[in-house]
Ligand binder design. Sequence first.
Ligand SMILES: [Zn+2]
Length: 175
Amino acid sequence: MSETRDKIQKEISAYVKNLDNVIKSTGLPVVNDQKTGNPIWVGVREITLRYQFPVKKVSKFFEGLKEGKLLATKCQKCGTIYFPPQDDCPKCRVSNLEWIEMPKEGEVIAFTVVNVKPTSFSHYSDYVVGIVRISNGVNVLGWIKGNNVKVGSKVKLEVVRREPEGYLTYVFNVV
Ligand SMILES: [Zn+2]
């Protein structure tokens, strides 16, 4: 997992070094865009992004992942199942919803192949994101793994470690 990070770090270093040379020789961080050939100003600032959000009310969800389960919440009053899980039912205005385990079987109802990725996902190979209708009727958004993903493909949910981050998440494998 650190190999990917090293590779990205090397690419950035090479880019910045090249830019430094341009600045040295011309006095400006202006280079010709590789696609259009037009001059572009390049500003480079290294930032480390750290973000946090409270998860106390849904901490059971993470406990579930550790056990290989995908958990949702269910309103005991109206029966609505919430995924991603939430602690409140806005319809009934009640809290402390019941935790339930999602079944592992589902069917792809929509998907897309992501080949133009957001910067924070640029280190991944092209991936498939889709909406899976779980056998209990709840739609879940997630990554879909396997060749030849189609609408109607049967999939099975699996909890895995996503590299290079190494954290637990769920994916749908085409069966
Ligand atoms: Zn409700």
